[in-house]
Design a protein around this ligand. Structure first.
Ligand code: TXA
Ligand code: MG
Length: 323
């Protein structure tokens, strides 16, 4: 996008008048960034290919990955996707919340081909954040929304992260404070009788298995099931060194549980008390802050595998992937 096409991006608090105006922008085919409990999303009318195309332009996303369609509740979701019994159980247990379900499209699914990247399945999510809920009710349409960052950057957990990445490219940012979960939604597909985790996220694997009453199915191939999940998707400028047990000179530190509390270097502790929920909530903001120090390398303390540790480790591995 060239600088002469910059537009004014308004950053507003989530007052009722703001939400009404935001809904109007969406109806007119514009772009509104809004808070969800996972990360901030960059929303457009999912039924309009033209509006969805603006998302890709603003993010400078190289490929047309399929996007998540956000709706207010399960009843709205059922206009666009077919929910088998597993999908219904999961929706009833975890919606609204940090879960995205991939299901077959309905026969007259109004979500645009571009938002679905032409697939015969659709990713649907009912976010819990009160501002997202209010916006979806006011808009009265499915809202396509990837994370509101420029392509290749880590996901935004504060309105100011969104402004830093997308100011001048979108119409409005609704400030709803810090995202509470801090990593993206867990994506689970319910297709052909199988239940497969496509992306670990804010809802832990064990919670999902408890509700379906069995282990998740293993993905059929190692090819990319969620096309947006390319290895280097979450990319700080610094190199990343993971699971470190000792620190090199000049490295910035992403700590966990106070392991490197005594080291005299730029350091953020994801959770001094070793709480994985707190660590997830801090992850992207701390990666941005450490990257901003200009350090060449960010050294990351070991993060446990269980619970939300699976999603945190997944994002760190992607941030560390060669690119
Ligand atoms: O927490 C979140 O999920 C955030 C907030 C804004 O809702 N959104 C988000 O969107 O992370 P995005 O675009 O960054 O990631 C969506 C993922 C992509 O990896 C995409 O490939 C996958 O969802 N996806 C969408 N439709 C799909 C489908 N039909 N089948 C498989 N994967 C799909
Ligand atoms: Mg993203």
């Amino acid at each position: 996008m060239s600088t002469d096409s910059l537009i004014e991006t308004r950053l507003l608090n989530a007052a009722p008048a703001t939400l009404a105006e935001a809904a109007g922008i969406l109806r007119a085919g514009g772009l509104v960034a809004f808070p969800t409990e996972t990360v901030y999303g960059l929303g457009a009318d999912a039924t309009s290919g033209l509006a969805v195309a603006k998302i890709y332009a603003a993010k400078e996303r190289p490929q047309f990955n399929p996007l998540i369609a956000h709706v207010a509740d399960l009843a709205a979701a059922e206009c666009f996707g077919v929910f088998n019994s597993d999908a219904q159980k999961l929706a009833q247990a975890f919606w609204p919340g940090p879960l995205t379900l991939v299901v077959p499209i309905t026969q007259n699914c109004a979500v645009s081909d571009l938002a679905r990247a032409g697939l015969s399945s659709i990713a649907l999510r009912v976010p819990a954040h009160p501002v997202a809920q209010a916006l979806l009710h006011a808009a009265g349409m499915p809202v396509a929304a990837p994370s509101a960052n420029r392509s290749g950057r880590v996901s935004p957990t504060h309105a100011l992260h969104v402004m830093g990445d997308l100011e001048g490219r979108i119409d409005m940012v609704i400030d709803g404070g810090a995202a509470q979960v801090g990593v993206e939604s867990t994506i689970v597909s319910c297709l052909d009788g199988k239940v497969v985790m496509l992306r670990p996220g804010g809802l832990a694997r064990a919670e999902i298995e408890r509700v379906i009453g069995r282990k998740l199915d293993v993905p059929e191939s190692t090819t990319i099931n969620a096309p947006g999940m390319l290895a280097s998707h979450y990319a700080p400028k610094a190199k990343m060194r993971l699971d470190v047990t000792s620190i090199e000179k000049d490295e910035a530190i992403l700590d966990f549980g106070g392991r490197f509390a005594d080291v005299q270097q730029a350091s953020f502790d994801l959770s001094p008390s070793g709480d994985l929920k707190e660590a997830a909530a801090n992850l992207f903001a701390f990666l941005r802050a450490l990257d901003a120090t200009g350090a060449d390398v960010i050294a990351v303390a070991p993060i446990p595998h269980e619970g939300l540790g699976e999603a945190i480790r997944d994002r760190l591995a992607r941030a560390a992937a060669p690119r």
